[in-house]
Design a protein around this ligand. Structure first.
Ligand code: SF4
Length: 293
């Protein structure tokens, strides 16, 4: 695959769209949530304000939330692919996006506490590459993951005596719902829950986070996980936590679950909590042309 001179400009547009335009599935789910809440209730008012904010952000091309999060790029690419060029283009694009206020300066040196000022630093932005078998086509998914929602993610090692959660699907159910209860009033709900059952500590979180990229309306190809996703969403929405913890029925917009093999000694359940500002945007490069999805 040839190098692409316009790549950092294309990546800048990807960042602008991700920061200022919420995906249609999330927006529709928030609107559905508002319609389901009691009229004039704090839940309905909160969702109304969130929806108004989303519309204004898109209209004015300004960030949906002040915390523009960690930029996480997922790249799927053919075998002959200039990875270094893509990584450099993303770095350049986040710098320019910061000067244009599409991104808040968010990269802080963990040792000195100094903010780099341009959203770049060690492992920042995060970039993950995965080869696929398509030729001359690259897909880049960008997620902007806010800190408040990231703080409420959780990883459980089963069995969990305190919750009475064993190494089975019932145990998995218990710990996911416990994570939802612990997140109330934090992390700006309603949320999308992304879960990995199994794996090790690092792969569990990584696989869970990628589930955020799935459209809300898709169906898990595994019927057991599909049923579990629906059940968790329904149960979470019966807890009465509601948007921003103000009470109501809209606690979770959707649940996405995957699984990974594990060693016999470990059974992790990794849960990523994505706030209502579930910013994600895809860029597809095919035949030298770019499009955004
Ligand atoms: S949790 Fe989400 S909506 Fe809340 S401040 Fe952070 S990024 Fe913004």
């Amino acid at each position: 695959m040839k190098t692409i001179p316009e790549l950092s400009d294309w990546a800048l547009e990807l960042i602008r769209l991700a920061s200022t335009r919420l995906p249609a599935d999330i927006r529709e789910s928030l609107a559905k949530g508002r319609a389901s809440e009691v009229e004039n209730s704090p839940a309905a008012a909160t969702l109304g304000t969130i929806l108004e904010n989303i519309d204004l952000a898109e209209k004015l091309s300004t960030p949906i939330c002040q915390d523009t999060g960690t930029p996480v790029f997922y790249v799927q690419h053919p075998w002959d692919f200039p990875a270094a060029q893509f990584k450099a283009a993303f770095t350049e694009a986040v710098k320019v996006a910061t000067t244009k206020n599409y991104l808040r300066p968010n990269a802080v040196d963990s040792i000195t506490g100094k903010n780099s000022g341009d959203n770049t630093g060690d492992h920042f932005p995060a970039v993950y590459f995965e080869q696929w078998d398509r030729e001359d086509e690259v897909r880049v998914d960008l997620m902007l993951k806010g800190g408040g929602s990231e703080n409420t993610g959780a990883q459980y090692a089963l069995p969990h005596a305190g919750l009475g959660a064993g190494r089975d699907l019932d145990g998995v159910r218990k710990v996911i719902l416990d994570a939802v209860v612990n997140a109330q009033g934090k992390g700006c709900g309603p949320a999308v829950l992304a879960v990995c059952i199994g794996g090790d500590r690092s792969s569990g979180y990584a696989l869970a986070k990628k589930q955020i990229l799935r459209p809300l309306g898709d169906k898990n190809p595994d019927p057991v996980l599909a049923a579990l996703e629906d059940e968790i969403t329904e149960k979470a929405n019966s807890l009465g936590i509601g948007p921003m913890g103000f009470g109501g029925m809209t606690t979770v917009l959707g649940t996405k679950i995957t699984s990974a093999h594990r060693v016999p000694a470990s059974f992790f359940v990794s849960i990523i909590y994505m706030c209502w500002a579930a910013r994600k945007q895809a860029m597809i490069i095919r035949g030298g042309e770019v499009s955004y999805d």
